[in-house]
Design a protein around this ligand. Structure first.
Ligand SMILES: Nc1ncnc2c1ncn2[C@@H]1O[C@H](COP(=O)(O)OP(=O)(O)OP(=O)(O)O)[C@@H](O)[C@H]1O
Ligand SMILES: [Mg+2]
Length: 270
């Protein structure tokens, strides 16, 4: 990589590249308080289908808490609708069933089970007790498709515990795909990955992103520059800025609070 400025790449389109305008996830006046401390403070966020939105900001900005609130893990006030349906107040599994899935900062696959078994369990999340009792004779088409998408076909019978770090993250993404998630919230998916794994992950996110909405919480600014279609900057629980990579990088408020010298730093020196 010699030039990583957003303007030199295929132009990232704000609100997604898929050319679709259906509103997918709409967050309004969202707040989360912990004992009076507002970790998320009146956040508005509109995510479209096809968007590959990066959510960035300093440690403690409220990024993970925002994802927790959207997925029902912490109580919040305000409104979160997916294609018009209110998610706020719904239980975690209900929200997941409505197609909103997330990964955690630390990988959470079943280490002793194979890649295929992990995907099978994830696919079973939406099945009835009766369906779960019936053993599957063949691999479900959606699992085959997911295996291909995440590039782990050859490792289908490998225990997840011995997968490389990057492959575990891809398996987790595959588990969201077989659950039919249309909104994927990924918390620092490339942390600890090699450069090659990052590139592969970015390409994977592009492959799955077109028909879905993908939100990536990240501190890796090179990764953001390479793959974001739009960026939201959180600081102290509030939305500080939003726009294309070029717009947020040029924003003096963002530079002061987060990017600082990182925006101008040569590759690999952030
Ligand atoms: N369960 C909790 N109880 C009390 N305070 C919390 C809780 N979870 C998070 N916080 C606080 O809320 C704020 C936001 O935390 P959060 O984990 O959302 O930040 P973040 O943007 O994800 O940071 P990082 O980049 O370090 O992952 C922090 O000040 C944190 O200490
Ligand atoms: Mg976090």
């Amino acid at each position: 990589m010699t030039n990583t400025t957003a303007t030199s790449r295929t132009a990232p389109a704000l609100g997604g590249n898929a050319g679709m305008s259906s509103e997918y996830l709409e967050v309004r006046n969202l707040s989360v308080s912990f004992d009076g401390f507002k970790a998320v403070d009146n956040v508005d966020l509109t995510l479209m289908q096809g968007d590959l939105r990066f959510l960035i900001g300093p440690n403690g900005a409220g990024k993970t808490t925002l994802v927790d609130a959207i997925t029902g893990l912490v109580p919040a006030t305000g409104s979160i609708t997916k294609s018009g349906e209110q998610l706020l107040g719904k239980k975690v599994h209900k929200i997941a069933r409505l197609g909103v899935g997330r990964t955690f900062q630390t990988a959470s696959v079943f280490e002793e089970l194979t890649v295929l078994q992990n995907l099978d369990i994830a696919a079973g999340a939406g099945r009835s007790a009766w369906e779960l009792l019936r053993t599957r004779k063949s691999v479900l088409p959606e699992i085959e498709e997911s295996l291909e998408t995440i590039g782990l076909e050859a490792l289908r019978d490998t225990p997840a515990g011995i997968l490389a770090h990057g492959q575990k993250q891809w398996l987790e993404i595959g588990m969201l795909l077989v659950q039919n998630c249309s909104v994927l919230l990924l918390d620092e998916p490339v942390a600890g990955m090699s450069l090659e794994e990052r590139e592969e992950t970015g390409n994977l996110l592009r492959r799955i992103g077109g028909a879905r909405t993908v939100v990536v919480v990240e501190h890796d600014m090179d990764f953001m520059r390479a793959f974001a279609t739009s960026v939201t900057v959180l600081a102290a629980g509030k939305v500080l800025a939003e726009g294309t990579v070029a717009q947020v990088q040029a924003d003096p408020k963002v530079q002061a609070v987060y990017l600082g010298t990182a925006a101008a730093a040569p590759v690999g020196q952030e």
